[in-house]
Design a binder for this molecule. Structure first.
Ligand code: COA
Length: 185
């Protein structure tokens, strides 16, 4: 479990599944993905994430706002499919329910996940990627000190003529993270 000034990043519970299905069914939350998820797809995704955290001790953690919201979405670390051009790599990612956007929660949780990646996991680099049109997500990447690697790529599991196919790749190296920490202290 990770803790920030306002948030807890933790392993998933069965109680999270209903709200996760709601946010995955929300067309606005899912506007930069090929389609919203059905309840069954959402549950399968949550169970995969949960078992990866169980195996590795880290992953796409469930995010809680103590005393206010038991579950607002996920933020954390993931090893993406090995057919992506950045692979092998560890990515940082996020997906929050709309009611909780615009409060700095994504970047606050992501800062804690990055600290875990460079601290506990001892990684040298963390990446993030999203559809080029997903400006809110790119803003989170910049906010946490990541830089555009100028290595856009076509996501192999998005249809060729989709506006979601071209992806932007952001990276942060351990040294850049240390500088970012110093500059935001
Ligand atoms: C992307 C997402 C997690 C952002 O969550 P959030 O909690 O609102 O983000 P934060 O409040 O930490 O904002 C971080 C920065 O992004 C900016 N930002 C947030 N939403 C934005 C938007 N809609 N448009 C432009 N910038 C935006 C914020 O202004 C902030 O920068 P600033 O502090 O310099 O102003 C949220 O919009 C989301 O869950 N989207 C749907 C899922 C998704 O697309 N995930 C990424 C897939 S790769």
């Amino acid at each position: 479990m990770l803790q920030t000034s306002r948030l807890i990043l933790r392993q998933w519970t069965d109680h999270d599944l209903v709200q996760f299905a709601q946010l995955n069914a929300d067309p606005e939350v899912m506007q930069y993905f090929p389609a919203p998820l059905s309840g069954a797809e959402s549950n399968a995704f949550a169970n995969t994430i949960r078992s990866l955290i169980e195996q590795r001790g880290w992953g796409l953690w469930a995010v809680e706002v103590p005393g206010q919201a038991a579950f607002i979405g996920f933020v954390g670390l993931h090893i993406p499919a090995n057919d992506l051009p950045c692979s092998p790599c560890v990515e940082i990612g996020w997906r929050l329910a709309k009611a909780h956007w615009g409060r700095g929660y994504a970047s606050e949780a992501a800062e804690a996940a990055l600290a875990y990646a460079f601290g506990e996991l001892g990684l040298d680099e963390v990446v993030s990627f999203t559809a080029v049109i997903n400006k809110p997500s790119e803003a989170v990447m910049r906010k946490i000190g990541m830089a555009n690697a100028q290595q856009n790529f076509a996501h192999p599991r998005v249809e060729v003529d989709s506006p979601l196919r071209e992806h932007v790749l952001y990276k942060i190296h351990r040294k850049e993270w240390e500088l970012h920490l110093d500059s935001s202290a």
